[in-house]
Design a protein around this ligand. Structure first.
Ligand SMILES: [Zn+2]
Length: 90
C-alpha cells in the first residue's frame, strides 16, 4: 500500500519556512521534531495514495486552506516547544 499522510509533507515544508525567520527559538533536531509532532497531532490527517513521491509538489499547490491550517498549528506548536524545550532532558 502506498498511502501517506500528506499533511506531514505540508507541515515539514512550512516548518522550515516559519522557523527560518525566528531568532528566538531553538532549531535543533529535537525541538523541530517536537514542533512537527505537536502540529501534526492538532491537524486532521489527510491521507493520499502516493506515486513515487510525486505527491509533495501537488500537495503544496493543492490547498491554501491546508497551508493556512498548518501554519496556525505550527505557530502554536512553536510557542509550546519554546516554553518547554525538551532537548536537554533525556
Ligand atoms: Zn532544541
Amino acid at each position: 500500500m502506498k498511502i501517506k499522510n500528506y499533511m506531514e509533507d505540508v507541515v515539514i515544508h512550512l516548518l522550515y519556512t516559519i522557523v527560518k525567520d525566528r531568532e528566538d527559538i531553538c532549531k535543533c533536531e529535537k525541538c523541530l521534531s517536537d514542533v512537527a509532532a505537536i502540529a501534526l497531532n492538532r491537524l486532521k490527517p489527510h491521507y493520499v495514495v502516493s506515486e513515487k513521491g510525486e505527491v509533495y509538489s501537488k500537495v503544496l499547490n493543492m490547498s491554501i486552506q491546508f497551508e493556512a491550517d498548518a501554519t496556525t498549528a505550527i505557530t502554536e506548536a512553536v510557542e509550546i516547544v519554546k516554553k518547554n524545550p525538551r532537548h536537554h532532558r533525556e
